[in-house]
Design a protein around this ligand. Structure first.
Ligand code: NDP
Length: 234
């Protein structure tokens, strides 16, 4: 059955791969973008998730054009890395505002319609570093760990209404976010991954579409790693 799906930050990287995977299976897909236009062949809504009014308006547009959002993929995220002792309050709160509060804003806006429909899927894109930790990423790791608390609390609040909330925790994926890393650091990370390689965005997308599907209807509050074995055991 075709669903209405909204992917935040679906204009590039992992979000784009997720949006394309849903579109390929016949769902009605909307993506948020901050630039002038979204990707061709996908329904784009302009939205900065740090702005509550923009989030509300993006959902209203999607509802008017494609119907109520049944599957929310909170994917948009940023990094602003530096060591703890150099990190400013602003660097910390900016990353939290996008990665954690932004996801909260979208989940809150999506929840009413999902509860009314007695069906909904929320999928939060976290990171292996949320639970593993990472030097230079106190802000990012905190934001990604926070998503676990968000998803598990939503599970306890809305599970009885057939709304599930899960976390997908990717390891290193080939996108713009990891392209900026220096080669020696990439090589260092590669050595810490049992599978010995970075993944493609499609390998995350496959897990997300599966989680949103009927065969995953009894999974909620889970943290599903897509990290080549990097973080196992946490
Ligand atoms: P990219 O940097 O390639 O893309 C980030 C996306 O988020 C872009 O679409 C960007 O929009 C959007 N975005 C950022 N800030 C905002 C905002 N305030 N409002 C709306 N959209 C915003 O990242 P990836 O595709 O690599 O990452 C996607 C998600 O996966 C992120 O949450 C990231 O933390 C997570 N992740 C990535 C990993 C990786 O190895 N790449 C590993 C683990 C997790 P715009 O184009 O306008 O900038």
């Amino acid at each position: 059955m075709a669903r209405t799906v909204l992917v935040t930050g679906g204009n590039r990287g992992i979000g784009l791969a997720i949006a394309q995977a849903f579109a390929k299976q016949g769902d009605r897909v909307a993506v948020t973008h901050r630039g002038e236009s979204g990707p061709p062949d996908l329904f784009g809504v302009r939205c900065d998730i740090t702005d509550p009014a923009a989030v509300d308006s993006a959902f209203s547009t999607v509802e008017a054009e494609l119907g109520p959002v049944e599957v929310l993929v909170a994917n948009a995220g940023i990094t602003d890395d530096t060591l703890l002792m150099r990190m400013s309050d602003e660097q910390f709160t900016n990353v939290l505002d996008t990665n954690l509060t932004g996801a909260f804003r979208c989940a809150k806006r999506a929840a009413t319609k999902m509860v009314r429909a007695r069906w909904g899927r929320m999928i939060f894109i976290s990171s292996v570093v949320g639970l593993y930790g990472s030097p230079g990423q106190v802000n990012y790791a905190a934001s990604k760990a926070g998503l676990v608390g968000v998803a598990r609390s939503i599970t306890r609040e809305l599970g009885s209404r057939n709304v599930t909330a899960n976390v997908v925790a990717p390891g290193f994926i080939d996108t713009d976010m990891t392209a900026v890393l220096p080669d020696d650091r990439k090589e260092q990370y590669r050595k810490s991954i049992p599978l010995g390689r970075f993944a493609s965005p499609d390998e995350v997308a496959g897990v997300v579409t599966w989680l949103a599907g009927d065969s995953a209807g009894y999974i909620s509050g889970a943290v599903i790693p897509v990290d080549g074995g990097m973080g196992m055991g946490h």
